[in-house]
Design a protein around this ligand. Sequence first.
Ligand code: GDP
Ligand code: MG
Length: 323
Amino acid sequence: MNPFASGVDGEWANACLTKPLANSARLCYMCICHGDTQLCKRGSVARIAKAGPAGRWEPEVSVTVVLPTYNERENLATLVTAVLAELPDARVLVVDDNSPDGTGQLADSLARTDPPHVSVLHRPKKEGLGAAYVAGYLRALREWPDTEFLIQMDADFSHDPGYLRPMVEAMQDADVVVGSRYVNGISIVNWPLHRLIVSKLGTAYARLLTGLPITDCTSGFKCYRAEVLQAIDLGSIRSNGYVFQVETSFRAWRKGYRLNDLPIIFHERRAGESKLHLNIALEALWVVMRLGVARALERKPEVTREQSVPTAQAPEDPASSSP
Ligand SMILES: Nc1nc2c(ncn2[C@@H]2O[C@H](COP(=O)(O)OP(=O)(O)O)[C@@H](O)[C@H]2O)c(=O)[nH]1
Ligand SMILES: [Mg+2]
């Protein structure tokens, strides 16, 4: 009898995790299993992933992590290492806008050291974050058509790599997972008050006008199913600052894709300076208004699919364990 196949869902998963792993043990998204398929904690049939050398869970899905960089030399190498420690099979695509501090050259040397896992997209000049994401996503979709999930995160450790696995797990029930700072109050460490106010008001404004069923509309820590990015006509997106996140989520939601929050704790960047300035809040004002008008005129999503699903369970803050 399978020693792990006892107990009710949930308890069973926790019990599994306390047992030592045999070599033959395999891990599914939520539980440790011995068979090829098992009921996971959420009651759906889990997809089995292979166990890593030390019994670590490794997602079977193909994941690309897009890192936009502008002057992130102090953060990049440690971040890439931390990302690949969490998702050893992932590809990391650094999108650098010719950073004056040499981030692009550093990214090249990381790519030379680990060519299957690290790639660099060099752009000739700084054109903004939205444009960098679009270029990165289009490159990833074109070059790696096997990519199933595309994750974006800041390259300054504001988005803790420790959330990458919970984020991939949360994709079981969603097509877009958004790392949210606002699920249980405000989970932001070391931000100046004015940034907090702008961010919180911006999200409230975006939710009000667009109706987006997520608690953090401007978060830059997100995971998309590749199909979503193919469906939302990335090339036609012009917004470039925080509102880029609102527009991509809005387009996905209006097409009927499922959006889900993943609670995160956001930390102020470890090193370097923010490149985004308050004037991008002005861009957000009118773009959100435009989306609100589009919603009022459209009324219904273009495709009928299951809409927003309940918020994913809050994972523990991995900040303490990550570098
Ligand atoms: N490629 C590219 N990356 C950018 C640009 N502006 C910001 N970034 C990167 O986008 C991420 C978020 O920017 P950041 O300055 O940290 O914004 P903040 O977190 O809102 O203060 C960081 O990894 C930056 O290096 C840009 O114009 N081009
Ligand atoms: Mg930042």
